[in-house]
Write a protein of this length. Structure first.
Length: 672
């Protein structure tokens, strides 16, 4: 856990707790003892604290939260470092996050490797830095810069850290780090906690007022502001007490439990239970994309950005040119925001080969089909792919609903076929549902899961069924939303229940964004339901500036009197007398039904584990992270309550509706 080595008067303490040097109980205890010994040992003149491996430390051991934390507590260990009469220098050999950065903050000097990242991401776990981060960081960088780091949770580069005063010296080469740190060995001990804070409580309030987006829905950011205000107004020990109180409150709260669940759920999703660990992956050196539409282009960008060459095929020259131009303009927009350099844009574009030659995908190791969502078209494409793709190439379909086994059956190599369902915009949304067909080979699945991670996606394995995990769960939600409107609710009321819950948009706002005409039969004379009526009137959603809502030139939404009249007309036609619909009914019929569908998905083995379903909704649909995802939320809501709600409204649901047996089985203990 802790290694020590003395060279002359300098004692180097190395945090050594793979894989991320998390500050678990054993490491804390080792560190406390090493510091105490060094303080007493007259042969030690200065202490360097560094990390082993690639990281300095990823902070507290998150898996310890929720249980009583064994002594020594991290704030006490860090108080001892700060109080050490001998200079203590942090040699930051790699990324330092959370408690890891707090260790460095408690040291008297900080020397960092240029490639390291420094951050306090606790807020993303629903807590605040609880080992002095909220008190010491403002003393080094001032109230505003500290709040920016603490409330956003985003790490900063070492260059920025140097400019703000967070680090004292930067070293380009790892080999020079300890020598550079030793350069401070003759400097006096310099406790961070004794420094004055630049900035005051008003600066903290101003930060909160200027950044409302960072606070929406979450409880921890407000506590972060309170703690930093304490740093600006109170001596260290009193400020530390405020921080401790807030930390303990937050760590025991529901949001932190949900956010910790999301953290581990994301990492669990990367694992495929029945794949042998030593499965040899295939090499992917070039990716082919069939289709240069918005989806194809977005998918291509993921690989280009990661440095992988892409061959993009279209049938029509104009569409191909438009697709390539869209990729360029997306990159240029990112560059305009300062998040890419011109060189990076050109480097990515240089990796793109747009072509009208279908056969060009013959040189690709992975080909992703991103054409129109129609089974006949997809089958045709896969038949052609089978003829040109090289042996061993992985063939993937970006279908969002269709039967991947039927698609695979059009090839002579179904073992090389799977689904890769990207979410729109595909260059931004992190989720990829990796659809495992009945015959998909283990190494094909392992390769695509690893590649997904490599290009910065969050891949989740799904089995074959209509809509896989995410879109299948949308079906009961959307059907009930429409039925609720027919029975008496307004689209606004239904949407508001969802946005109040924390969803980025409600069911009808989503339909308008995706296109009301998706799945429409395109026969304007056949009007079976409200959606058909909207489609027949050309109300196809945001793209036609009219759907369930009206939209102005800036896509600003307003209530549509036309839709209200259409709803009336439909109710009359169906002989429905509208009734008042409670928000509680909307929750039961549009959210509980999703939990129910998730439980069915789990029972059928379409998802490997409940937390994978949460990851799909967190990363594919913007489900509010502070609730942990639909299944975690459902568990905390209580299965018994969900079953009771569903039973209450069963007679208003379609005949095909059934309650998942899993929801009636004994519920697992809620997470502590
Ligand atoms: C904190 O510090 C509170 C203090 O302020 C106050 C205390 C009083 N703990 O992500 P990876 C595991 S709160 C436990 O796949 P990467 C992870 O689950 C903490 N486990 O690697 C995975 O396990 P497995 C604030 C952790 O290279 C394995 O390590 N810090 C922790 O893609 C590899 O992780 C954070 O929030 C941890 N702290 O990314 C940082 N960190 O192999 C959280 C990782 O069994 N960590 N594990 O699935 C990260 O952001 C990323 O892990 C990191 C590496 C960027 C470090």
């Amino acid at each position: 856990m802790i290694r020590t080595e003395q060279t002359g008067p300098i004692l180097t303490i190395t945090l050594d707790n793979p894989p991320v040097n998390a500050l678990g109980a054993a490491l804390r205890s080792g560190l406390a003892k090493a510091i105490a010994r060094a303080a007493d040992d007259i042969s030690v003149g200065a202490i360097i604290v560094t990390g082993s491996g690639k990281l300095f430390s990823a902070g507290a051991d998150i898996s310890e939260f929720g249980k009583p934390l064994a002594d020594p507590q991290l704030p006490d260990v860090l108080a001892a470092i700060e109080a050490c009469p001998k200079p203590v220098i942090a040699a930051i050999n790699g990324t330092a996050l959370g408690g890891g950065l707090e260790v460095a903050l408690a040291c008297h000097y900080r020397v960092a490797l240029a490639s390291a990242k420094l951050g306090l991401p606790e807020v993303k776990l629903g807590i605040l830095p609880g080992a002095g981060g909220t008190q010491r960081l403002p003393r080094l960088v001032g109230v505003e810069a500290a709040l920016k780091m603490i409330v956003s949770g985003d790490p900063v580069s070492v260059a920025k850290a140097l400019a703000s005063g967070l680090v004292d010296k930067v070293v380009e080469n790892a080999a020079d780090l300890l020598t550079a740190a030793a350069g401070f060995a003759d400097s006096p001990a310099r406790p961070t906690g004794e420094r004055a804070v630049s900035g005051d409580a008003a600066a903290a309030d101003a930060f909160a007022a200027a950044n409302p987006r960072l606070f929406k829905g979450f409880t921890a950011p407000t506590a972060c502001v309170e703690a930093v205000k304490a740093a600006a107004t109170l001596p260290l020990t009193e400020g530390m007490a405020v921080e401790r109180r807030l930390f303990l409150e937050l760590v025991a709260g529901d949001q932190s439990k949900a956010l910790r669940h999301a953290f581990f759920a994301e990492r669990a999703a990367a694992k495929v239970d029945d794949l042998p660990k030593d499965t040899v992956k295939r090499d992917i050196a070039r990716v082919g994309i069939i289709g240069a539409g918005t989806m194809g282009g977005g998918i291509a960008m993921n690989f280009l950005s990661a440095g992988l060459p892409v061959t993009m095929v279209e049938t029509n020259a104009e569409a191909l040119e438009r697709g390539a131009a869209l990729i360029r303009s997306n990159y240029e927009a990112t560059a305009a925001k300062g998040r890419l350099t011109t060189d990076q844009v050109e480097a990515a574009m240089a990796l793109l080969t747009p072509t009208l030659e279908f056969g060009a995908v013959g040189e690709c190791d992975l080909v992703i089909e991103a054409v129109y969502e129609n089974m006949d078209v997809k089958k045709q494409v896969f038949g052609r792919l089978d003829a040109v793709a090289k042996p061993g190439a992985i063939l993937a379909s970006n279908t969002s609903y269709l039967d991947v086994d039927a698609i695979a059956a059009c090839t002579s190599r179904p073992e090389d076929v799977l689904g890769m369902h990207f979410f729109s915009p595909a260059n931004v949304m992190k989720l990829v549902e990796v659809v495992r067909g009945a015959k998909t080979a283990p190494d094909v699945l392992a390769t695509v899961m690893a590649l997904g991670q490599k290009v910065g996606k969050v891949p989740v394995v799904a089995g074959v069924c209509y809509g896989f995990i995410g879109n299948r769960m949308l079906i009961p939600r959307q059907d009930n939303a429409l039925a609720l409107v027919m029975e008496g609710a307004s689209p606004e009321q239904v949407d508001k229940v969802h946005t109040d819950f924390g969803m980025p948009m409600g069911p009808f706002q989503m339909t308008d964004l995706a296109g009301v005409d998706i799945g429409w039969h395109r026969d304007e004379t056949r009007i079976d339901n409200l959606k058909d009526a909207l489609c027949a009137q050309g109300r196809w959603g945001q793209k036609t500036k009219a759907g369930f809502y009206d939209y102005d030139a800036n896509r600003k939404r307003s209530t549509s009197p036309v839709v209200a009249a259409l709803i009336e007309e439909f109710r009359e036609r169906e002989g429905i007398t509208p009734r008042a619909i409670s928000d509680e009914e909307i929750v039961a019929r549009t959210l509980y039904t999703m939990v129910n569908e998730g439980a069915l998905i789990l029972e059928e083995g379409i998802a490997q584990r409940s937390s994978d379903i949460d990851v799909v909704w967190l990363y594919g649909y913007g489900w509010p992270r502070w609730t942990g995802g639909p299944m975690f939320w459902g568990e905390r809501e209580g299965f018994a309550k969900i079953v009771a709600g569903l039973e209450h409204y069963t007679d208003r649901m379609p005949e095909s509706f059934s309650i998942a047996p899993l929801l009636r089985s004994p519920q697992p203990e809620p997470v502590a």
